[in-house]
Design a protein around this ligand. Structure first.
Ligand code: FNR
Length: 388
């Protein structure tokens, strides 16, 4: 798809004589402000907050300022290509919707609104284990559009195996295994607000519909929802897992397995040794270890170990097109975006997610062209200078 950015930009400017007074925001900070206005304290802090004092969340953003793009001139950038190939599929754009649980606390359309936006834009949706509606319902909404499934790898192997089977059966084409959340971190605002949405029955849709999960309950969740949710609290995380356990996942799925949450190059090496098909460099948007290294800072070291043997993706802190350019130039094959899409969802449901996505891609396309590059495949470190 060529010149996406010019088209989006033109569609806005051509309304100059009578701009729509109800139009959605463009500026990232305006989305943030409007999301703050529409959300109650509990959901707002659940989404916008991080672990501890929020230091990693801030350093995720600051890390992008250490790298500067040095644009090149006169390089015929008239016809651009933003597509990437991952695991044999060509995707139109180098970005994916990060797995985000409990989207029903943000807007009544919840996961289905975001999934629809992704389907309309051709951006792969990574459905979270902690979605409020089951993965099959998301799949149904998306039709043939690309989607991956994110696994929270809990204590019950039967549930894990069942999730993998269900994902494959409902058309998800890759599994993202989140390694950084064997338990929830110390989240000051959620504790202050006494807010954990799962206890209200949000974000447990995959579990309550799962045959393996249900078989462990004395009564079905429809009869005793409280007991079902209490059982969920017992099996959600698993702090006992080790690298050897990866073999279990391999045994239960033929889909590519990406490990999300890798920050140390030594772990990247282990990921290769244990047969991962991809890595996602991430600190969960600063929601797990406060004081953890920023994801962008960790990225080049991980790529250095991986040497293109498997794709490395990244998330945590992507806000604008130039952030995507920087991450791809430092070795990421594609990026995941989290909170910006959730601001869109809060403000205008699925349409808001689509608007944020469209604008971010337009910004990416224009910034790519103005940097002197015609395709995202051409990006490498030579485009960047590190600040002194
Ligand atoms: C998340 N994230 C997340 N990750 C995951 O693997 N499974 C999940 O269910 C969730 N849920 C979730 C909820 C909320 C409200 C947020 C904000 C984040 C983390 C997510 O996938 C991603 O790593 C970060 O959001 C990326 O950082 P940015 O883009 O939000 O800065």
């Amino acid at each position: 798809m060529s010149n996406f950015g010019n088209q989006v930009q033109f569609n806005v400017y051509q309304t100059m004589t009578s701009p729509d007074p109800e139009r959605l925001p463009v500026v990232y900070e305006d989305w943030e402000k409007q999301a703050r206005d529409v959300l109650e304290d509990g959901p707002y802090h659940y989404v916008a907050g991080g672990a501890g004092g929020g230091k990693t969340m801030k350093s995720n953003l600051r890390a992008f300022d250490r790298w500067n793009i040095v644009p090149r001139m006169l390089r015929n950038v008239d016809d651009r290509d933003l597509s990437v190939n991952l695991f044999g599929h060509t995707y139109n754009f180098p970005l994916l919707h990060a797995p985000i649980g409990v989207q029903s606390i943000i807007h009544e359309e919840g996961d289905l609104g975001s999934a629809r936006a992704c389907a309309e834009m051709g951006v792969p949706f990574i459905a979270s284990s902690a979605s409020t509606v089951p993965m099959e319902k998301i799949a149904e909404t998306m039709g043939d559009a690309p989607r991956w499934f994110q696994l929270y790898w809990g204590k019950d192997p039967d549930v894990t195996a069942s999730f993998l089977k269900r994902a494959e059966a409902s058309g998800y084409s890759a599994i993202v295994v989140t390694l950084d959340t064997p338990m929830l971190a110390w989240r000051e605002y959620d504790l202050k607000n006494v807010y954990l949405p799962f206890l209200l029955g949000e974000g447990v849709g995959n579990y309550l519909t799962d045959p393996a999960f249900r078989s462990k309950l004395e009564k079905p969740p429809e009869e005793d929802p409280t007991a079902a949710i209490m059982h969920w609290t017992q099996v959600f995380g698993n702090a006992g897992l080790t690298w050897e356990d990866i073999a279990f996942l391999r045994k239960h799925t033929n889909l590519p397995i990406l490990l999300k949450g890798i920050l140390d190059p030594e772990d990247a090496k282990l990921a290769l040794d244990y047969g991962a098909d991809g890595i996602i460099v991430s600190n969960h948007g600063g929601r797990q270890v406060d004081g953890a290294i920023s994801a962008l800072e960790a990225l080049p070291q991980v790529c250095n170990v991986v040497q293109n043997k498997i794709p490395v993706l990244m998330d945590s802190g992507i806000r604008r097109g130039s952030d995507i350019i920087k991450a791809l130039s430092l070795g990421a094959k594609a990026v995941l975006v989290g909170r910006p899409f959730m601001n869109g969802l809060a403000v205008a449901g699925g349409d808001g997610v689509k608007e944020v996505m469209k604008n971010m891609i337009a910004d990416l396309d224009l910034t790519l062209a103005l940097s002197g590059k015609r395709s995202v495949e051409e990006l490498d470190r030579s485009l960047l200078r590190e600040s002194e």
